[in-house]
Design a protein around this ligand. Structure first.
Ligand code: FAD
Length: 319
């Protein structure tokens, strides 16, 4: 069993997204080390879809089955004017720079993050909480969270909201950014927002935010972080065009986690398929996701003895 990970460190969101103050990286490393002890190979810096296609893994590299668990790492943006300005980040980029690339160490870090005067984070989920609390810890003051609904509708865990308040985060509920404003050099100087009121419930059952006419105002800041959701990264699926996707670009899977490409068919040479084999070793790796997420995990079942003899390519050594 080999896990291929695109980044230089395994763990996914747990290492690149969730900050150290909420989940120490040592805990994630211990969990990965346990898998390595069990015989799982972890190969980092391997992008499935670029380094290898899924077809190559099965046709050329000797794997019998592939479990795709590549997460939903492509950030969404609001699509408002000014998002091109210097100082605008997706929460993914902001948190990755700080957590994984070491920007917490200071301006001299190889991949720094802008600190500046004031950070505004838009969103109401755990990612928004992590971003705004990270901004606060980096000394970007004031650190403000704007969310277009009320606190009752926020999807973040109540503990995160509670801790954010304790740490002095300014909450601006029923507020929606409508434009990022820049200075003459192209740096963020403020975010123009609009107040919202709650209207009728939408498809999610939550009351929809409705703009309040004439309520625009500005919040001064130098950093603007968007934490308004993510979607599936198309890198892997674009290199496997025969894989059935839904209208959001997510891999279609049945109740057993199977894609449309069975392992035993000739098409499996370029497929993203969980095994049809009855081997418990293989089937255990394929819980039934609606859409897949997690690192690209690849199972190779070798004639009867489950031997793992393939030379690792850049195997991440944890111990
Ligand atoms: C900042 C943040 C805070 C969160 N807080 C919480 C929380 O408090 N509680 C909660 O329940 N959930 C939380 N979540 C959500 C939770 O982290 C995710 O649901 C979970 O991490 C998903 O795990 P995953 O393994 O499916 O995907 P991920 O953790 O995204 O892992 C996917 C991995 O696949 C790799 N990958 C992608 N494409 C390729 C490719 N082509 N080739 C090789 N590797 C690839 C990625 O680099 C990544 O390492 C949070 C998410 C974020 C971003």
């Amino acid at each position: 069993m080999t896990v291929f990970e695109a980044l230089h460190r395994p763990g996914g969101v747990l290492v690149y997204g969730i900050p150290e103050f909420r989940l120490p990286k040592a805990i994630v490393d211990q969990e990965v080390a346990k898998l390595v002890e069990l015989g799982v190979r972890v190969e980092c810096n391997v992008v499935i879809g670029q380094t290898y296609t899924i077809g190559q893994l099965m046709a050329d590299e000797g794997f019998d089955a592939v479990f795709i668990a590549n997460g939903a790492g492509l950030p969404r943006f609001q699509g408002i004017p000014g998002e091109h300005l210097k100082g605008v980040y997706s929460a993914n980029e902001y948190l990755t720079r700080v957590n994984l690339m070491g920007a917490y160490q200071g301006e001299d870090a190889a991949t720094p993050v802008l600190r500046g005067r004031g950070v505004v984070v838009v969103g109401g989920g755990n990612t928004a909480m992590d971003a705004v609390r990270t901004g606060r810890r980096l000394g970007t003051d004031p650190s403000t969270l704007v969310y277009r609904r009320s606190e009752a509708e926020m999807p973040a865990r109540v503990e995160e909201v509670h801790h954010a308040r304790e740490e002095g985060i300014a909450f601006r509920m029923l507020t929606n950014p409508i434009e990022v404003l820049g200075d003459e050099k192209g740096w963020v100087r403020a975010v123009r927002c609009q107040l919202m009121a709650l209207g009728e419930p939408d498809a999610s059952g939550r009351r929809s935010p409705v703009p309040v006419p004439g309520s625009e105002f500005e919040i001064e800041c130098q950093v603007f972080v968007e934490a308004v959701g993510t979607r599936a990264n198309p890198l892997l699926t674009q290199s496997t065009p025969e894989l059935a996707l839904d209208r959001w670009g997510q891999i279609k899977a049945d109740e057993r986690g199977m894609t449309n490409l069975p392992v035993s068919s000739p098409a499996a040479t370029s497929s993203a398929a969980a095994p049809r084999s009855s081997s418990p070793w293989v089937t255990a790796s394929a819980p039934p996701p609606r859409s897949t997420s997690g690192s690209a995990a690849v199972a190779r079942e070798e004639a009867g003895d489950r031997a793992l003899t393939r030379a690792p390519i850049g195997t991440h050594r944890l111990r």
